[in-house]
Design a protein around this ligand. Sequence first.
Ligand code: AMP
Length: 438
Amino acid sequence: MATQVKKTFQSPKGTFDILPDDQKYWEKVRKAVKHVALSYGFERIDIPMFEHADLYSTAIGQSTDIVEKEMYTFRSKGGDLLALRPEGTAGVMRSYVENGMLNLPQPVKLYYVGPMFRYEQPQAGRYRQHHQAGFEVLGDQDAVYDAQVIIAFLAVAQELGMKNLRVEINSIGCPKCRPAFRTQLVRFYKTRVAKLCKDCKRRLKDNPLRLLDCKEEKCEQLKAYAPNLIDHLCEECHNHFKLVFEYLDELEIPYALNPHLVRGLDYYTKTVFEVFVEDEHVEGGSEKTHQRSKLALGGGGRYDQLAKTLAGKDIPSVGAAIGMERLIGVMKRQNIKATPLYKPEVFLVQLGAFSKKKCLRLFEDLRVHGITVAESFGKDSIKAQLRSADRSAAKIALILGHKEAIDGMIIVREMDSGAQESISMEKLIKVLKEKLKK
Ligand code: AMP
């Protein structure tokens, strides 16, 4: 009889599991994001992980990589065309308008944390499901909020103890000044079409600003000679940008002007920025080399036109998003420690069926008193249980034998020294609290 070979399942390409060992880093990042967000007055919002697909194509732009190539789009059984969210801003703005947040005192400051989905070619630091933490300030055009989202972004990295960060900043103007720049840009590239990559040849027709975002080497080289956005800003954009600098200077935030920085989404106006980390990668096998490179941790910018495009409303806003996988990758490479989340203080050892039942009750009592307990209820031998106690790094083992269980006593053993004493059950919580300095 032919034996049937069972298929083994693997996670889909570009996705990964966050295993217990790594959770401490995620918790640390989530904690830092929450702490920073609340200290700057951002309140949490959770939006759906999928939306109507045209929300994204309208907001982000039809001829962007995200919409053209990377969106997970699907038809629901009811016939709606939906998409897994590739980013957070469009959904947050949709929610703001839908829930009448325009009637709240402005600006409305929101933050979110959660997974995003992009059908990209997986590589180190690039996944098909990744997580972002984002800050959004909706309903205010003041340049002070452009500075504040940058400052909040850096505060997260700082709270985590991260080093070697670099902020690059630019202004991409507004519908008043961008068309003239666009014309100049097209003129510049039209005479150099032969030197462009295939995608950029198409971008030249569909979305010329995106030419500045191309990572192909030959296009990067050309970019150095391309016209500057900064030279074409209207007075309003120029003054707004100047104020952003002044606010950052006031707090002595270091930044670099990158006149060719544009971002991969169409909804930006005025300020755009990215935060990079000078990262060290180890490459090669036996002959390892240390390579320094610039890794984008995240970015953002002002999106004054987004609500107009989506809902015909004037809601000037600014925001930023941090890539959480990259943040955690850098934490590990920069040797930033995270405290394990599960740290049992006491290990319960039981001998025999009667004491096992008593231990079940004892476990609950200790837990209610805030003492973290580990157990190996499934094991009977004292040797095996003490071995587990050793491995658990608990400071104290509690040993309940049959006789102790009948007499209302329990053995308290200090794992480091091996010293042990028998005490009455009634005194146990008090003794443990003293020993654990609680
Ligand atoms: P973006 O708005 O596309 O610049 O994304 C913001 C940040 O999210 C980036 O700087 C990355 O840190 C992170 N990010 C974007 N796409 C991915 C991805 N596919 N995998 C992992 N992280 C990503």
